[in-house]
Design a protein around this ligand. Structure first.
Ligand SMILES: O=C(O)CCC(=O)C(=O)O
Length: 322
């Protein structure tokens, strides 16, 4: 740590739970230690055991409409700004303000190309109040706490995903999330994937390859067909893909998995947008991955006064009073 830098929750080594052991330079926590560290959180022991065995957990109905409303409002603001830009650029004549949330973005791009869409990014990570409120939602943090304990850092890599019909960027190839941060010494990173509209086989729900979460990082390449450069797992690692499960899920449900669990999603063949977010969390003593942006302290029982507020997050401060 630099001299003079205030020690922060994420810089301080976490107290090791009984039974924890060192693995490859990171703290590896045995199931026994996890149980000891957990103690709180909203998941049952059966759910935690299922997560540990299968590598993922589906939580239908985790959130209510009011939990998602701020994030949805942020998405609507963004869509309005894109509509205004498309009109200003002469690409469309009408910003379609009367269209409902699930279909407006699809209608805006109905006559445009993949490339037009990708000008705005395949997924969004801008700082809008509603995204912070969702990332800080206690129901989500309670789930995460069951898995990694109460010192929770929100990883800077979160994505708001508008999966628009016919746009190639919508389908995501098989990958481990860790392929996006191969050098990060951060373990575990827990992804919480949440659809804001029902995700279905037709509009391109998530698919998971169970029990792949204990693998090391597999070899990946950058795909060249969608214009996004998504990372894609090399074919030879996908021999077991017939065991993959499709996970259609209603709006407000959550799918939780770690960053070595293989997953993908199919194209959107419906007429509306499959809106989702993927949020990520990790214990506070892990690499905060500054090369990907500024994450924030989302929950701390040891230092609740340092938990980041909306103002901190908007100002790119990871903790309160930094
Ligand atoms: O939302 C999707 O379609 C893909 C999500 C994904 O790949 C992820 O959360 O890492």
């Amino acid at each position: 740590m630099c001299p003079g830098l205030r020690p922060t929750a994420r810089h301080r080594p976490r107290q090791e739970a009984p039974g924890s052991r060192r693995m490859g330079g990171t703290v590896g926590v045995t199931p026994m230690a996890l149980t000891a560290a957990r103690g709180r959180g909203s998941l049952t022991e059966e759910q935690v055991a299922l997560y540990q065995t299968e590598g993922y957990l589906v939580l239908p109905g985790l959130l209510e409409d009011r939990d998602m409303a701020p994030a949805r409002a942020a998405m609507e603001e963004k869509v309005s700004s894109i509509a205004a830009a498309l009109v200003a650029d002469g690409l469309i004549p009408d910003p379609l303000e009367d269209r409902p949330f699930p279909s407006r973005l699809a209608a805006l791009f109905a006559t445009l190309s993949d490339r037009d869409f990708l000008r705005y990014g395949r997924s969004w990570r801008d700082r809008r109040d509603g995204y912070f409120h969702l990332m800080s939602n206690a129901k989500i943090l309670d789930v995460v706490e069951s898995l990694i304990g109460p010192e929770i850092f929100a990883n800077p890599v979160y994505n708001v995903r508008p999966k628009v019909p016919r746009v190639a960027a919508g389908a995501v190839p098989w990958h481990q999330d860790k392929s996006y941060w191969p050098d990060a010494n951060s373990n575990p990173v827990v992804t919480v994937w949440i659809p804001l509209v029902d995700s279905t086989l037709e509009n391109g729900c998530l698919h998971i390859l169970p029990r792949t979460h204990r693998r090391r990082l597999l070899s990946h390449h950058r795909e060249t067909y969608s214009g996004t450069g998504y990372t894609e797992t090399d074919e030879r690692h996908l021999r077991g893909r017939q065991r993959a499960v499709a996970l259609p899920l209603g709006a407000g449900g959550a799918i939780v998995f770690n960053d070595r669990c293989l997953h993908m999603s199919t194209p959107n063949n419906s007429a509306t947008v499959r809106w989702s977010v993927d949020l990520r969390y990790q214990p506070t003593d892990q690499d905060p991955m500054p090369q990907h942006g500024v994450g924030f302290l989302a929950r701390s029982r040891a230092h609740p006064e340092r938990v980041a507020t909306l103002a901190d997050w908007l100002a790119n401060r990871a903790e309160a009073g930094e």
